[in-house]
Ligand binder design. Structure first.
Ligand code: SAM
Ligand code: SF4
Length: 425
């Protein structure tokens, strides 16, 4: 038996790439293993969006030196955003790594994997978890001044509606109930395709896939979110009321320096329009604190925006200069780390209180949960609004939609008990 181990860090695109790779390896007869020392193939799917992520990848790479020394036949591959076009430099820096694979480009690795095993899986299509990611648009054309993604993942490239539908149908045949469509900027989906479909058209097409229960999409760019898309979310039954709409900052000057292409007023009005058309929508956002030159007053504008708009979820990060980006070249990283940490904590505290109040409103209500698995004896899954829910029950709920009566809430999760199965799609 041959084994593979994939270590993944970073965004959902990386997770999607790793899921695809795992499926391909299992078709070749490989089995997953948690024990990295037992693996014949090891893949690190890396992220360099922030220095902290890059440091974790470097630590992991370092720990693999000993593995390679003890078992030189183990194939080690570095994949994802750490792999730039200077492969020779990477080879020199990490001589114990056999292959360097740009984001999502696994062909060379799979060719090598084929030569290493004579087995093929008896399960041509391994059964999957009830939720899956499907990338619909690769790359990004936006070049926000702080962001390294366009340099590593290249320009936008959409997959055709037919190709995405085929993949979703194949996932559904293998037990998937919920699909999240992915792109760094999903709202610009289709502009590069011959018949120029938009995301709303794709959602409409996928809404008709029988046996699929739910659809989501990530990540939206405020400047590209159309009214047609908002209306599609409201009217298509399978599309969940959950939108991820990174704002990044609450001050116009900072937004301009970030190159985001919208103002705070535009963003506020967009949120208002979304909430008008989709009344129970859950909104998530991303914020960067300590961008070069961000004054305390400008940071307070971000705090004011978060207090006013009351998001369900806020992902907050301290600015991290990324070599090669416009911000790293043009602006001095002048906010001390201690001040960045203080701002980050202030956002987290505020959001903890807001999420706690929003979630408390669900106490005593029923929520529909798609059960994804079991952790420490408890079933868990998510609501249509992406809230994590835990419950205890002896039954087998995996992959089922179940109504849960909410008995306890916190800023991060809900707990409850099952009422009855909604459907066994
Ligand atoms: N495409 C999405 C968007 O438009 O916001 C998100 C992509 S990015 C990989 C994920 C998040 O990482 C961003 O929303 C941003 O908050 C954060 N991020 C990106 N570059 C960063 C940097 N240099 N420093 C700190 N955070 C960063
Ligand atoms: Fe990065 Fe901006 Fe593209 Fe998002 S939209 S991936 S933040 S450049």
């Amino acid at each position: 038996m041959a084994y593979y181990h994939i270590w993944t860090i970073g965004c959902q695109m990386n997770q999607a790439d790793s899921e695809q790779l795992a499926t391909s390896l299992e078709r070749l007869g490989y089995q997953p293993t948690q024990e990295i020392d037992n693996a014949d193939l090891v893949v690190l799917n890396s992220c360099v969006v922030r220095q902290s992520a890059e440091n974790r990848v470097l630590g992991k790479l370092d720990s693999l030196k000993e593995l390679k020394r003890l078992s030189p036949n183990t194939v080690i591959a570095l994949a994802g955003c750490m792999v730039d076009s200077e492969i020779d430099r990477l080879k020199h820096r990490f001589p114990h790594v056999d292959l360097f694979l740009k984001p999502g480009q696994f062909n060379e690795f799979l060719d090598l994997a084929k030569t290493r095993t004579s087995e093929t899986s008896s399960f041509a299509s391994p059964r999957l978890s009830p939720t899956a990611f499907v990338t619909i648009i690769e790359g990004c054309d936006n070049f926000c001044s702080y962001c390294i993604v366009p340099y590593r993942r290249g320009r936008e490239k959409s997959r055709s509606v037919a190709e995405v539908r085929r993949q979703v149908e194949s996932l559904v045949e293998r037990g998937v109930k919920e699909v999240t469509l992915l792109g760094q900027n999903v709202d610009s989906y289709g502009h590069d395709l011959p018949d120029k479909p938009v995301l709303a058209d794709l959602l409409q097409e996928l809404n008709s896939v029988e046996e699929l229960a739910r659809l989501r999409f990530l990540t939206s760019h405020p400047k590209d979110m159309s009214q047609k898309l908002i209306e599609a979310v409201a009217s298509l039954g399978k599309v969940c009321e959950h939108i991820s709409l990174p704002v990044q900052a609450g001050d116009d000057k900072i937004l301009q320096a970030m190159g985001r292409g919208y103002t705070v007023q535009f963003y506020r009005e967009l949120v208002e329009r979304i909430r008008l058309v989709i009344p129970n929508v859950a909104l998530a956002t991303d914020v960067i604190v300590g961008f070069p030159g961000e004054t305390r007053e400008q940071f307070q504008q971000t705090i004011g925006l978060l207090s006013d708009l009351r998001f369900d979820t806020v992902h907050v990060a301290a600015y991290s200069p990324r070599p090669g980006t416009t911000a790293a070249r043009r602006f001095k990283d002048d906010i001390p780390l201690s001040e960045k940490r203080r701002r980050l904590q202030e956002v987290e505290e505020l959001q903890g209180n807001i999420a706690s109040e929003i979630n408390a409103l669900l106490l005593g209500h029923d929520v529909e949960v798609l059960v994804e698995g079991k952790k420490k004896g408890k079933w868990y899954g998510r609501t249509r609004t992406d809230k994590l829910v835990f419950f205890e029950d002896k039954g087998d709920w995996l992959g089922q939609l179940v109504n849960i009566e909410v008995k306890k809430t916190s800023p991060w999760a809900l707990q409850g008990s099952p009422k009855r199965s909604v459907s066994k799609v």
